[in-house]
Ligand binder design. Structure first.
Ligand code: SAM
Length: 261
């Protein structure tokens, strides 16, 4: 049976944190929030001549902003079928599509895109998959094409990274494996992408002021109302927020753009 919502088949206690938040009505699931997303989109400068590929659109919030720029084509690549169905609901023309596929193996033609971007989707991958996804982005891009990422980054001493990763993974119930900003840049450069811009923001995904900025007043009220009604989900959210707060000096959010040489 087709799922109508991502993670629907899982128990709240076991569900990856992003789907717990989405089920409660949260739509923005990236570490730097809408502010960093807007900065990333400003850097990418999507225009009507662009052929855009978005990796892992989730609930389709950035997809909607990108579509407002009326690119020549828009292709989303999302591994979760229910999320892909939600994103498809925002698509309006034949040159817009959402594929259910892995970003590491899209089966799209090489050199078919002028812009590729993805948010909050590399941090959750093991090292080899991070590289495969970035390699796939580079394969899809035409020469001179732009790649944008928006991910969690490590600010603290590299020595503490295993503790941080373990603690975050423990509450999110999904791999959380951020890199330092230098490591993100090196990874992109090692796949033939020349870094152009780097922007950062604090990791405040679950702080009330950030939730209001990201979800708006109505969205925040909906989230708060759903939180009050669902004890198990509330416990998960509070646990995640406590861990994010404990690690606030060790983790942040980064948006990087790079060009295929
Ligand atoms: C934390 S959510 C972020 C969603 C959205 N980009 C955002 O920032 O709000 C992670 C998303 O990545 C998708 N995802 C994870 N690994 C993927 C992969 N290898 N290929 C495509 N999508 C993937 C998940 O299904 C989910 O939609």
């Amino acid at each position: 049976m087709a799922l109508s919502f991502p993670g629907e088949q899982l128990k709240t206690k076991k569900m990856p944190g992003h789907w717990v938040l989405a089920r409660l009505g949260k739509r923005v699931l990236r570490p730097g929030g809408m502010e960093l997303t807007r900065r990333l989109l400003t850097r990418l400068q999507i225009m009507p001549t662009d052929e855009v590929v978005e990796f892992a659109p989730g609930m389709g919030i950035t997809a909607r902003l990108t579509l407002q720029a009326q690119p020549a084509s828009y292709t989303a690549v999302e591994r979760d079928e229910a999320a892909a169905r939600i994103v498809t609901g925002y698509l309006r023309s034949q040159n817009q599509q959402c594929l259910v596929a892995l970003a590491s193996d899209t089966e799209l033609p090489s050199a078919s895109a002028t812009v590729v971007y993805g948010e909050a989707m590399l941090t959750m991958q093991p090292p080899e998959t991070k590289r495969e996804i970035i390699r796939e982005a580079a394969r899809l891009l035409k020469r001179g094409g732009r790649y944008g990422i928006h991910e969690m980054c490590l600010l603290a001493d590299v020595e503490q990274r295993n503790d941080t990763k373990r603690n975050l993974t423990g509450v999110v119930h999904h791999g959380v494996s951020p890199l330092t900003i230098d490591e993100w840049q090196s990874l992109l450069e090692s796949e033939g992408l020349k870094v152009q811009t780097v922007d950062h923001a604090p990791m405040r995904l679950l702080e009330p002021s950030r939730i209001i900025c990201d979800e708006g007043l109505f969205g925040t009220l909906r989230f708060g109302f759903n939180l009050m009604r669902d004890r198990e989900a509330r416990e998960r959210v509070l646990e995640m927020r406590a861990e994010f707060r404990r690690n606030r000096k060790k983790i942040g959010a980064v948006a990087i753009t790079a060009v295929k040489e």
